[in-house]
Write a protein that binds this ligand. Structure first.
Ligand code: BGC
Length: 757
């Protein structure tokens, strides 16, 4: 610890938190006036019975109302009219028990049926319907599927993330749905975790900026516009870092780390005006978050000033007694959750929440004021979404579906994110890009799979069913064939991700001699949530064996990885001549991969996480200095190559910076190679000495720049107090005087931060 150092506990703590309060109350986004809304909501609330209020707090899954694929309208009427449920979510199974994507017409008809029943209830309160359109509209036939968040983060392009979100919002609203359970704002610090692909990676700032872009895209200029949907930041708080890497299992995260690493994206989202939040199913430091009044009410609602609606995750109030064992029965679980600050329960399949909550209020165990607060929050979201004026699918919105320019956005995003991790020089030439007169043997389980390009939440929850994908979505093999001609692609027996068939291994050995190069497509099949839990980050044995077989052929090998999390490849990496990481690049991903392989697009993605080399070395780039000697990744955070070369130079406007002044970082970038290239750059700050052992470096800005061969461009970044502040042991934001370092690319520049002028 550095003694005698000046420090400054920031007034900005107060400023930050009060500004977030005013943001969410002011309704700055051009929607209806707050006065009008408050009046209408209060009037409605005053007419509601306790049962009607609790009904509003109840959310039921659509599948509850289906029997062997047929809608049970009697049951649906009963839940909506008699019990007054406030919300419905998800999709339903068909007669065979499978989830299949619905057509736009089916969605619109369904919403019309539901809202017609809502209008027959005493107070005619419309239903708030929600789905998980995580990277496009999950359960809609033919919906545009964009890259997953982990892939988007590699592009370092908030504009493309914003555009994708505006398109998703339009396609969701076109279905007659107005609530999207997205974005995921967990910081991905645990690569084993099966929902890693839903995160924007391991860095807090990156997650915060991407989250803001998504929320702005969804909520647009106001929820009453028929192009917008209510966003739902999730899963608050600490879900993304379970101790043992398994989904929905306990996390142990000291509050100082919660505040430094995990809370800022949620704060940013509140400031950006997100309307709703979903809660972490797990526990943090022994307390299930659904029962944690401190996190839900004191921090989220009071400190961050979140005015929106708090929804539980799937069955997670029930889980308080049957999984976490912190409540003795459902009734106690409901009491804990509602008193802690949950406003709506994703029950999702029965009336247990409804019945127990009505009794609890009557017995005085849950104050009616808490119920009023919850219902007010729910009704406000409905009001802002214009549901009271028109709860039905809006006329004309069906035209927002499947526009050709949506695909262009998805393709541009996929181009930007593909990350070139290795490109050997063989006989004086880089292996990539490939010339299009070569004969290519395309092997591996990823070669013929659309599911691996998309991962979770892709036409179904697990995204595994290949038959759900539109036939015009190309696989990697097909995309290469389109580029160089079928006759030059050697097509061999298919392979599975866990079990590579012995036929594929034999074919690879047999046909390699006829090929100039092997494109080996490895990685992961699709999975979502708990079914995606694994015990070993290393790529499956069979895939490693296939790679070894390929290496024995003596042909150059290009490894293409499509995967939701970094599967360890250290054993085979030395015998791969080039490596392209495509993450989950979405429906247009294979085309983007082929474009990069053949040099039509110059790769520019940068790793949004540390790619581990060893299972026993799972570290993040922003570790404390003391751990740095142990950081031995396969590829570090921010790594990514190009087909051209760039130079960077760095200048600061101050050697000594007074507190409250702005540091201008001027970065001159030059494309020193001979072809057009885009460059994603990261700017890091290192606090050289601090009372809380400082990290090696922290990402504070990023940008994407396009440069023609020989072209230069200067970018100016302005940094100030927030960029050198950290959470201290009293959990306050703090700044200390001392030496700081700015780092961009291979360049560094130092300055001294002075607290007293
Ligand atoms: C997931 C949520 C999702 C919900 C509704 C849960 O299992 O954890 O992220 O929004 O299901 O589909």
């Amino acid at each position: 610890m550095k003694m005698g150092k000046l420090f400054y506990v920031l007034v900005i703590v107060v400023l930050i938190f009060t500004s977030s309060c005013s943001n969410s109350t002011n309704n700055k986004k051009g929607g209806k006036s707050n006065v009008e809304m408050d009046k209408k909501v209060s009037a409605l609330l005053s007419r509601m019975t306790l049962e009607e209020k609790v009904g509003q707090m109840t959310q039921i899954t659509l599948d509850k109302f289906y029997n062997k694929g047929i809608l049970d309208t009697i049951l649906l009427r009963e839940y909506i009219i008699q019990y007054g449920i406030g919300s419905i979510l998800n999709t339903h199974q068909d007669k065979n028990g499978s989830i299949i994507p619905l057509s736009m017409k089916e969605w619109r008809d369904l919403q019309t049926t539901i809202q017609n029943y809502a209008l027959q209830a005493r107070l005619k309160v419309p239903i708030l319907y929600g789905i998980d359109a995580i990277h496009g509209v999950t359960y809609l036939e033919g919906a545009t599927l964009f890259p997953h968040n982990i892939a988007m983060a590699a592009a370092r392009d908030t504009e493309i993330v914003y555009k994708a979100a505006t398109i998703t919002a339009k396609e969701v609203r076109a279905c007659g749905i107005r609530w999207n359970f997205d974005p995921v704002l967990g910081v991905g610090r645990q690569p084993l975790w099966s929902r890693f692909e839903e995160t924007f990676g391991e860095d807090t700032y990156l997650v915060s900026m991407m989250g803001r872009a998504v929320i702005t895209g969804y909520e647009g200029d106001g929820l009453d516009k028929n192009t917008a949907v209510a966003s739902c930041m999730k899963h608050y708080l600490g879900y993304s870092d379970p101790l043992n890497g398994k989904d929905r299992t306990p996390a142990y995260i000291p509050e100082i780390v919660l505040r430094q690493i995990f809370l800022p994206p949620f704060k940013e989202a509140v400031d950006a005006g997100t309307s709703t939040v979903m809660i972490n199913s797990g526990s943090v430091n022994g307390i299930p978050v659904h029962a944690n009044k401190y996190l839900l009410t004191d921090v989220l609602k009071k400190e961050l000033g979140f005015q929106g609606l708090v929804v539980s995750d799937w069955q997670d109030i029930i889980a308080l007694y049957d999984k976490h064992h912190v409540a003795k029965d459902n009734k106690e679980a409901v009491m804990m959750a509602v008193n802690a600050g949950i406003d709506m329960s994703m029950v999702p399949s029965d009336l247990s929440f409804y019945k127990d909550l009505v009794s609890l209020v009557k017995e005085g165990k849950v104050p009616e004021s808490r119920i009023d607060d919850a219902v007010r929050r729910i009704l406000k979201v409905k009001y802002r979404l214009n549901l009271f004026d028109n709860p039905f699918p809006e006329k004309g919105t069906e035209d927002y579906y499947e526009k050709p320019d949506y695909k262009q956005v998805a393709l541009k995003a996929a181009h930007e994110l593909i990350t070139l991790l290795k490109n050997d020089t063989v006989s004086g030439h880089s292996v990539l890009p490939l010339s299009n007169d070569l004969r290519v043997l395309v092997a591996g389980p990823g070669a013929n799979s659309r599911a691996t390009l998309n991962g979770s939440w892709s036409y179904s929850w697990q995204g595994k069913d290949e038959s759900h994908y539109p036939s015009n979505v190309l696989t990697i093999r097909q995309a290469i064939e389109e580029k160089i001609g079928k006759d030059k692609v050697i097509n061999i027996a298919p392979a599975g991700f866990q079990k590579v068939s012995s036929q594929q291994i034999k074919d690879l050995q047999k046909y390699a001699s006829g090929a100039d190069v092997i494109v080996l497509c490895l990685g992961e099949n699709s999975y979502a949530e708990s079914p995606g839990s694994i015990d070993d980050l290393t790529l499956s044995e069979d895939q490693l064996k296939l790679a070894e077989t390929a290496s024995i052929t003596g042909k150059p090998i290009i490894l293409i990885l499509t995967e939701g999390r970094p599967r360890i490849v250290s054993k085979i990496e030395p015998s791969m001549n080039a490596v392209l990481l495509a993450y989950r690049p979405g429906n247009l991903g294979a085309i983007a991969i082929a474009d990069v392989l053949l040099g039509e697009v110059n790769p520019s993605g940068k790793l949004p996480y540390t790619y581990p080399r060893y299972t026993g070395n799972i570290m993040t780039y922003d570790m404390p200095v003391r751990s740095a000697p142990y950081y031995k990744p396969q590829w570090p955070f921010g790594y990514g190559l190009s087909y051209t070369t760039f130079s960077t130079s760095l200048k600061l406007n101050h050697d000594t910076l007074n507190i409250n002044d702005t540091l201008q970082v001027s970065v001159l970038l030059k494309n020193t190679g001979n072809r057009y290239g885009e460059l994603a750059i990261d700017l890091f700050v290192r606090d050289m000495t601090a009372t809380m052992a400082p990290p090696m470096r922290k990402l504070r800005r990023f940008a994407r720049v396009a440069l023609k061969a020989g072209e230069s461009r200067r970018i100016i970044f302005n940094l100030s107090n927030e960029d050198w502040s950290f959470i201290d042991s009293s959990l306050k934001l703090r700044i200390e005087e001392g030496n700081m370092m700015i780092m961009v690319g291979d360049k560094k520049a130092a300055f001294y931060l002075k607290l007293k002028e």
